[in-house]
Unconditional design. Structure first.
Length: 554
């Protein structure tokens, strides 16, 4: 069952009152100045989900009012992520910049009605004149310019006569308002920069607070769903709609944004991680971006499930990472084929097995889904097992391989350790065993009980692979909680561990980018784009069990 969604309850109530005869209309309005992250996924699922469930419409609208850091790269990435997550905008792809002509005319309307003026204060002076949360601001000395002078200056701003920062257009509201967002906010500023959608056509750009309500109204949005940091700006949202001629009247509703343990959601800080090369890019598997999660092996279904589980409320949400991990485990447990991979190998020699003999054992691709079929795995005299599956001085309840102890090799035979070979430093480099020829399939012919079962790969037939183990990006659950500590100093130095000597079964040599597997007894892994034919690279998506709080899970 999905968690609480108070916005759904609002929509249901309004539809019951027949308040939206034209149907429900929402919008998902990302700014194309970075890649989408899982916080955006929550908003995406909410906006597209509400529209789908109530047979309405959802616009994908790019909030491209700031040309400083926007680019076609981000536009393309956002489109890809929206479709990857399972949503489609059909013919409803728009840009705030599509409405620049209408926005300009709306600003002129405000000027003509005495509701806006051109201010020539510097940005610093405007900030200082706005007052504080407890003290009112004071009027700009340019607040009483005549309508004619304001129209002339605004037109000249548009024509490019003035340098950046020379003038801005401000709303004339109330400098003594207890809501600081109503203290004559800026509507337009000068930016002599090319725009990723409109090119060189404009040199003045509207502010988001002015653009947002008008774009919603032009698209006949019924429910403008925003995160809680926009709650104080709702008064200005409504002021714009009250003072400009608009074709419809949207309603802004705020919900809590997502905060996820051991990561950050600020696009500004994520950009800093990329630009300072603390991560390998926006799609680094440690990043909370959708491209990073995709590269790590997360599926669209698991992320949609996560968003449904956490719900939509007005309460602050600090979600444990284990909630997200459980969603991907449950999804991949059903869908991921099984395979053998030995991450930290040690050689096993079966002394009484024929030297040149090779057998093939049948292994299920999924223990609970016969429809996924079977594969064959080669078996020969020399194998690799995990280093951690052997202990020379093992306690009584260690049910893996040890001198004189017997274990089961999954799908193959029972083996017993007879000798251990070490190097000059005392490290185990080779384990010698005998096998029971009558135990094919791992069953003891006399019914004796063998508790330990190990995965393995043939030394002769295995494929070399690079394995990338990922852990949380930060060492603290909330890396921004301490304002005295730079969040960069909290990056986990062990958030990525690369194993170059791993051995995997031969079938994995053909793994394609994005293919996911459960490496038996180890975890879920995804083939990385860096993979090449015969040289696979796998990213660990998630261990088999919750690893948070455990240092260096295997």
């Amino acid at each position: 069952m999905s968690a609480t969604n108070f916005i759904r309850q609002i929509v249901e109530s309004e539809l019951a009152d027949k308040r939206h005869p034209g149907g429900v209309v929402t919008r998902f309005p990302p700014e194309p100045n970075g890649y989408l992250h899982i916080g955006h996924a929550k908003s995406m699922c909410l906006n597209f989900g509400i529209a789908q469930d109530f047979k309405g419409k959802c616009y994908l609208r790019f909030d491209d009012t700031n040309p400083d850091r926007e680019s076609p790269e981000y536009v393309a990435a956002i489109k890809h992520d929206v479709r990857w997550l399972g949503f489609e905008w059909e013919n409803r792809l728009t840009h705030a910049s599509d409405y620049f002509d209408q926005l300009y005319q709306a600003a002129v309307e405000l000027v003509r009605n005495g509701k806006a003026f051109v201010c020539s204060l510097s940005a610093a002076d405007i900030r200082s004149s706005r007052g504080t949360l407890t003290q009112p601001g004071h009027d700009s000395p340019f607040r009483d310019r005549s309508v004619a002078e304001n129209l002339d200056l605004f037109e000249r701003m548009r024509c490019g006569e003035f340098a950046d920062g020379t003038h801005v257009l401000r709303a004339r509201i109330d400098m003594a308002s207890p809501n600081i967002n109503l203290r004559d906010p800026t509507l337009y500023r000068i930016r002599h920069l090319p725009h990723q959608n409109t090119g060189e056509r404009w040199c003045i750009y509207p502010m988001y607070g002015f653009t947002h309500p008008l774009s919603d109204a032009l698209e006949s949005v019924t429910h403008s769903l925003c995160t809680l940091e926009f709650e104080d700006q709702r008064a200005f949202y409504d002021w714009v709609l009250d003072n400009v001629t608009v074709p419809s009247r949207p309603r802004q509703i705020e919900f809590s944004r997502l905060a996820l343990d051991y990561t950050i959601m600020s696009k500004r800080l994520l950009t800093a991680l990329v630009e300072e090369k603390r991560v390998a890019g926006w799609d680094d598997p440690r990043m909370p971006t959708l491209s990073g999660l995709r590269r790590r092996g997360y599926t669209p279904a698991s992320i949609r499930d996560f968003c449904a589980r956490i719900g939509v409320t007005r309460n602050e949400q600090q979600i444990e990472m284990s909630v997200l991990e459980n969603c991907i485990r449950e999804d991949l447990d059903r869908t991921a084929p099984r395979a053998f991979a030995v991450l930290r190998p040690v050689r096993v020699v079966i002394d009484n097995y024929p030297n040149n003999q090779v057998e093939e054992f049948e292994a299920a691709n999924h223990p609970n889904d016969p429809g996924m079929g079977v594969r064959t795995v080669p078996f020969c005299r020399e194998l690799f097992i995990e280093q951690q599956d052997f202990m020379e001085d093992a306690p009584r309840k260690f049910f893996r391989l040890a001198p004189g102890r017997e274990v089961r090799l999954r799908y193959a035979y029972l083996i017993k350790c007879t000798e251990v070979i070490k190097d000059h430093s005392g490290n185990v480099i080779e384990i010698h065993c005998d096998y029971d020829p009558a135990s094919a399939g791992g069953k003891a012919p006399d019914g004796r009980k063998v508790k330990g079962t190990l995965h393995w790969v043939s030394a002769e037939h295995s494929v070399n692979a690079e394995i990338r183990l990922y852990d949380q990006l930060f060492v603290e659950p909330n890396p921004r909680a301490d304002s005295d500590t730079d969040f960069m100093d909290l990056i986990n130095p062990e958030s990525q561990v690369i194993l170059t000597g791993a051995k995997v079964e031969p079938s994995l040599a053909r793994a394609q980018c994005g293919d996911t597997f459960q490496f038996e007894r180890t975890g879920y892994f995804c083939a990385d784009p860096d993979s090449a034919p015969g040289s696979p690279v796998f990213n660990r998506t998630v261990p088999l069990r919750d690893s948070w709080g455990r240092k260096n899970p295997a």
